[in-house]
Design a protein around this ligand. Structure first.
Ligand code: KIV
Ligand code: ZN
Length: 514
């Protein structure tokens, strides 16, 4: 048996099913390019039948990604499979991923089908998919709660029909690691033709066991792991890519398994996913959390200084974390700046680099020291940028004890200057009220969060807002050493996104309907 584990990333499909994580086509493409750079074997670009927006996003990714298998999800209906194929047919390495539930609870209450009907439906879907491509994956949804012998029967039948990968999902995150390991061993022993397909595992994290179950499945002989960056996904999320990859890497002597992942790209892509989805990584998150390599206790610090391995099992550099490396100052040149970005894992177009460099210079005028995190905040503005219909020109607020918070804001709206003053319960509310009056928006503020990007008194504040208007939901980001300015920038960025979505319905992501 090979010791190579295939990494199948589903950040753009199952990950996007995280509440509020929807991404538009350009954002998905940017992540797909970074996933290719990371070295995943396959990426699930979306579920084309779910919405025209998803179809277009998958099609765009399929046309641009050459070194990774591009997968599209489909239920077993011909319409879904046609849509999946329509979206990925241009891919250099396309894969159709079709699925149907196999547990009795799903058969009885959701599908209202007998076991025989499920087997036939799965076989028909695989056969139909094979008319388009050799590369077909079949998933037994809710596999971990299915009857084991029935699972073996389904897998045997779909492999006979041509499935090249069979996937066992723990759809509701119910399995225990020893149980999941046994289940995989059982399937391997009782599915006679399993050697003709790759056996895959796909776990959810409802009990916090997704990584443990995935590793257990791999120990038992599965050779594909379905994962997402930062573990984002439906409900409590999916198995996180970085945990599985670093688990295999760190314990290679024990497990004897390896992946094709360039681990140094892990941290940059983790930041990018957080930036694009607005889902903050919890500080104590394994591998990529802000505290994952921080040592607080004196005894630990002392130990690490004497010998790193006393309290560290991985090196920060292995995952591409350069630990707050000081970047250039205001006299630094464009070339050095570009090199630093490349070290951080970002490969920008010339135009993006120009815009970013301009913002970097503006910030360097305000701050002495600029860290990687500051650059990432600027990147968020550039990467998440859509055409600026609204631009902040000027902001002045009056607030304090005894003063009525007032904001005077000057905006450029489609290039034309306009100005308003408004009151509010606080200075941010006053600024938002003025912006809302000038833009005429009736959007609802669903989320507002402020983070300090780096430590220190002159740290930049990074604000994320989520806005909703007319059924559209958009993310806005802004960073500035002044958090009121950062908030106004984030709000304006969110309004620009709403406007962009309104004018470009084809890039709209919609909630998948599984
Ligand atoms: O969790 C699940 O069962 C899925 C399948 C569609 C693979 O995401
Ligand atoms: Zn899933």
């Amino acid at each position: 048996m090979t010791d190579r584990v295939l990494i199948f990333d589903t950040t753009l499909r199952d990950g996007e099913q995280s509440p509020g994580a929807s991404m538009n086509a350009p954002e998905k493409l940017r992540l797909a390019v970074q996933l290719e750079r990371l070295g995943v074997d396959a990426l699930e670009a979306g579920f084309p039948a779910a919405s025209p927006g998803d179809f277009e996003a998958v099609k765009l990714i399929a046309s641009k990604i050459n070194n990774v298998q591009v997968t599209a999800l489909a239920r077993t209906s011909r319409a879904d499979i046609d849509s999946a194929w329509g979206a990925i047919r241009e891919a250099a390495h396309p894969r159709i991923h079709t699925f149907i539930a196999t547990s009795d609870i799903h058969l009885e209450h959701k599908l209202k089908m007998t076991r025989d009907q499920v087997v036939q439906t799965a076989v028909d879907a695989v056969r139909y998919s094979k008319t388009f491509t050799e590369n077909v994956e079949f998933s037994a949804e809710d596999g971990s709660r299915s009857d084991r012998d029935f699972l073996c029967r389904v897998f045997e039948a779909v492999i006979e029909a041509g499935a090249t990968t069979v996937n066992l999902p723990d759809t509701v995150g119910y399995a225990m690691p020893n149980e999941f390991e046994e289940l995989i061993s059982y399937i391997r022993q009782h599915t006679p033709n399993l050697h003709r397909a790759v056996l895959s595992v796909h776990c959810h994290n409802d009990l916090g066991l997704a990584t443990a179950n995935t590793l257990a499945g791999l120990r038992a002989g599965a050779r594909q792991a379905e994962v997402t960056i930062n573990g984002i996904g439906e409900r409590a999320g999916n198995t996180s890519l970085e945990e599985v990859v670093m688990g295999l890497y760190t314990r290679k002597a024990l497990l004897g398994l390896e992946t094709n992942i360039n681990t140094r790209e892990i941290y940059p892509i983790s930041r990018l996913v957080s930036m694009v989805t607005g889902i903050v990584v919890q500080p104590n998150k394994a591998v990529v959390g802000a505290n994952a390599f921080a040592h607080e206790a004196g005894i630990h610090q002392d130990g690490v200084l004497k010998h790193r391995m006393t309290y560290e099992i991985m090196e920060a550099q292995t995952i591409g974390l350069m630990s707050n490396r000081l970047v250039l100052g205001k006299h630094s040149g464009r070339h050095a700046f570009k090199n630093r970005l490349e070290d951080m894992g970002y490969d920008l177009t010339r135009e993006e680099l120009d815009r970013l460099f301009e913002k970097f210079k503006e910030l360097a005028d305000k701050r002495k020291e600029i860290l990687d995190e500051d650059i990432e905040a600027l990147l968020a503005e550039v990467i998440l940028r859509v055409p600026d219909i609204y631009e902040l020109d000027y902001l002045n607020v009056v607030s304090g004890t005894g003063a009525v918070p007032t904001a005077t804001v000057k905006l450029k709206i489609r290039g034309k200057e306009t100005q308003k003053a408004e009151f509010g319960v606080g200075p941010i509310d006053a600024a938002f009220n003025a912006i809302a009056r000038m833009t005429g928006t009736s959007s609802k503020l669903l989320r507002f969060s402020v983070n300090s990007i780096t430590g220190g008194m002159d740290a930049q504040g990074e604000v994320t807002v989520r806005l909703e208007e007319d059924g559209l939901v958009a993310l806005g980001k802004g960073a500035d050493p002044d958090i009121i300015t950062a908030s106004a920038k984030a709000y304006i960025n969110g309004l620009n996104h709403l406007e962009y979505m309104r004018n470009n319905p084809s890039v709209l992501p919609e909630e998948a309907v599984i």
